[in-house]
Design a protein around this ligand. Structure first.
Ligand code: NAD
Length: 294
């Protein structure tokens, strides 16, 4: 199967390399030449432009920063691509742009999926990503073997935009729960309660959640996590802020009340402004520990 892969950054590079390693004929393009050179060493054929990458593609995958990049690309590559090709956007973008991208693809006679991922750069390298897909059943069936070559779990979430909706709703839970767990450890310390003691109780009680038991923000407590590695990401706080902002954008557009989501976005924004964007998102605990009580 001939695949065009556009956007070969931290995620797209290893994803495209995995497709090539598994026998797909992959033509790649990125506006940064160095990214293209890197994947060219891993079996991806370097194209001169996005348009030339898609010319004979059966499947076109995009992995770029934001909705505007996807829509600009679709404007440029839908026409030159073979009619009937499957367009899969794996970027994390706003739900409205994802739905617009689907509509543009349909208008050009293409099939389409939004298929954002979780699992980070480690999952991209190891081909263990989770894909959350939105689009019709036929497009999902067709895209499944391609996504399976880059991930280990592929969930069909519903129609156009449903993958993006699942991604931002999940990450809103994650952002809020990490703040909740962090606040509890900050309070425990003030009360003279050992972090390990709180962990022993809460991890087996009603406070149990992934942010506590899999990804504990306190060094030396629970299984190994970025906290034990100087808060090196992992999942960077800047990306958590991006996802929380997308959730707020969607909440505003749809009229959903998400007061804790809004507060989580504000706290991650403060943390990013204070220079924490490159740290793992669990480092929010240090921001909370240093904050004066207002
Ligand atoms: P990145 O910035 O490393 O890569 C994006 C790439 O897209 C860059 O190499 C850039 O040059 C390229 N690009 C932008 N516009 C282009 C265009 N018009 N034509 C060709 N190439 C273009 O970002 P990333 O970390 O790889 O993330 C990509 C997407 O995946 C984002 O939407 C991000 O939110 C999402 N995501 C990232 C992670 C993560 O841990 N990094 C995890 C899950 C989801």
């Amino acid at each position: 199967m001939r695949i065009a892969f556009i956007g070969l950054g931290n995620m797209g590079g290893p994803m495209a390399a995995n497709l090539a390693a598994k026998g797909f004929a992959v033509k790649g393009f990125d506006i940064v030449a160095a990214n293209l050179d890197k994947v060219a060493e891993q079996g991806v054929v370097a194209a001169r432009s996005a348009v030339s990458a898609v010319k004979d593609a059966e499947v076109v995958i995009t992995m770029v920063p934001a909705g505007q990049h996807v829509l600009d690309l679709y404007r440029a590559i839908l026409l030159p691509a073979p009619r009937g090709a499957l367009f899969i956007d794996c970027s994390t973008i706003d739900v409205a742009s994802a739905r617009e991208a689907h509509a543009m693809a349909k208008g050009a006679g293409m099939q389409s999926l939004d298929a954002p991922v979780s699992g980070g750069t480690a999952g991209a390298a190891a081909a263990t990503l989770t894909f959350m897909a939105g689009g019709d059943a036929e497009a999902f069936e067709r895209g499944n073997p391609v996504l399976a070559a880059m991930g280990k779990r592929i969930v069909h979430c519903g129609g156009p935009g449903a993958g993006q909706a699942a991604k931002i709703c999940n990450n809103m839970i994650l952002g809020i729960s990490m703040i909740a767990v962090s606040e509890a450890f900050v309070l425990a310390e003030k009360l003279g309660l050992e972090a390990q003691a709180l962990y022993d109780v809460a991890s087996a009680a009603s406070g149990q959640c992934w942010s506590l038991t899999t990804y504990c923000p306190v060094p030396g407590v629970g299984p190994a996590s970025p906290a034990d590695n100087g808060y090196k990401p992992g999942f960077a706080a800047a990306l958590m802020l991006k996802d929380l902002a997308l959730a707020q954008q969607a909440a505003e557009a749809s009229g959903a009340a998400t007061p804790l989501g809004a507060h989580a976005e504000q706290l991650y924004r403060e943390f990013n402004t204070a220079g924490g964007g490159e740290k793992d998102f669990s480092a929010i605990i240090r921001h909370l520990a240093a904050a004066p009580r207002s």
